[in-house]
Design a protein around this ligand. Structure first.
Ligand SMILES: NC(=O)c1ccc[n+]([C@@H]2O[C@H](COP(=O)([O-])OP(=O)(O)OC[C@H]3O[C@@H](n4cnc5c(N)ncnc54)[C@H](OP(=O)(O)O)[C@@H]3O)[C@@H](O)[C@H]2O)c1
Length: 315
């Protein structure tokens, strides 16, 4: 099955399928059901994180599929992330092992530092102002050495933070997971990563409709007239058009859904293509920095004062 899903090849040779299942906010029975449907549809790339608090449920479902022989471990591409509360050299191994235990796996295909910002553990939101990326990254590399992560990477890091890691790393980041959608196309960051052979995975590929604040000037992305009219003309849905745009820009996407119909819809994006003209008109909707939805300020009060908050430079 996996060989039939288009994928990008990471610099370690790993194949990251172009469509993965996003799982933020998907919990309990909802994620169990969604993951079963997704695996039946053909999804093989799963994106989770310690902070999503769903690794146990994901692990249970994967175990059922793996132990019954319905799927082989090599077909899956499982991604999880080091939480902000684990952003210290000494904590990385313990957090990854905890994720592996919950996921019931001996390795993940990709382990990401979820955020460049560190938080103290058990502190109810107190920031750790001593976050040291070089040290954390060294511990990430040790996870590859130990066979617990096939590849390692970053999430929400800006250009300067990436360049700093590249100066000291022994094992290059294989992937950067950042917010990318039609309103926030991240062209400069993509260009930088291309130069270093760091692939990009697009989070919030549908423009996070549950979070975005639509306005007359800037409607919710899924409802933008250009997107809806293009979808209608092509006999597709707005979500399929938005995902296809990113895929044709060579970025794996991880749309989240727990709805059976939408899970299927989001995976059915390999049987059509956007023409150059449609690609150009979607490209013109880029709002650059103004199109960013996730800056973590509403989730973590005062995060913009952390020395490593990434969004205080253009990219
Ligand atoms: N690294 C990070 O810091 C970070 C940050 C944010 C997200 N992520 C990852 O990226 C994933 C995706 O981002 P996201 O969940 O924030 O946003 P998203 O995928 O852009 O949007 C998800 C929302 O869109 C709805 N939806 C899904 N498919 C749809 C369709 N075909 N038509 C209409 N609505 C649809 C979903 O509702 P239904 O469930 O009702 O379909 C859900 O409310 C996350 O789940 C997570 O795995 C990572």
């Amino acid at each position: 099955m996996s060989s039939r899903i288009p994928a990008i090849t990471l610099h370690n040779g790993g194949k990251m399928p172009m469509v993965g299942l996003g799982t933020y906010k998907s919990r309990d029975d909802e994620i169990r059901q969604a993951l079963n449907v997704a695996l039946e549809c053909g999804y093989r790339h799963i994106d989770t994180a310690t902070v999503y608090e769903n690794e146990v449920e994901i692990g249970d479902v994967l175990h059922e599929w793996l132990s019954s022989g319905r799927i082989a471990r090599e077909e899956l591409f499982v991604v999880t992330k080091l939480p902000m509360t684990g952003n210290r050299y000494k904590d990385v191994g313990r957090f990854l092992q905890d994720s592996l235990d919950k996921l019931r796996l001996s390795y993940v295909d990709l382990y990401l530092i979820h955020s460049p910002v560190g938080m103290k553990e058990h502190s109810k939101g107190e920031f750790d102002l001593d976050t040291n990326h070089e040290e954390i990254y060294k511990a990430m590399e040790e996870q590859v050495d130990a066979g617990k992560a096939k590849a390692i990477g970053l999430s929400n890091f800006n250009s300067k933070q990436i360049e700093k890691i590249l100066k000291v790393c022994r094992i290059k980041p294989a992937n950067l997971q950042v917010e990318v959608h039609v309103y926030h196309q991240q062209k400069d960051l993509r260009e930088l990563c291309r130069g270093f052979d760091i692939s990009i995975c697009a989070y919030c590929p549908l423009g996070a409709p549950y979070m975005a604040k639509g306005s007359d000037e800037c409607p919710i992305l899924l409802q933008h007239p250009l997107v809806t009219s293009m979808a209608k003309r092509l006999g597709r849905t707005p979500a399929q058009v938005l995902l296809r745009f990113l895929i044709q820009n060579n970025m794996p996407v991880i749309p989240r859904s727990t709805n059976q119909k939408r899970l299927k819809e989001n995976f059915k994006v390999f049987d059509f293509e956007l023409c150059a003209e449609d690609m150009a008109s979607l490209e013109a909707l880029d709002r650059k920095g103004a199109g960013r939805i996730v800056d973590f300020k509403s989730l973590f009060e005062g995060i913009e004062n952390h020395p490593e908050w990434p969004f205080n430079i253009p990219f």
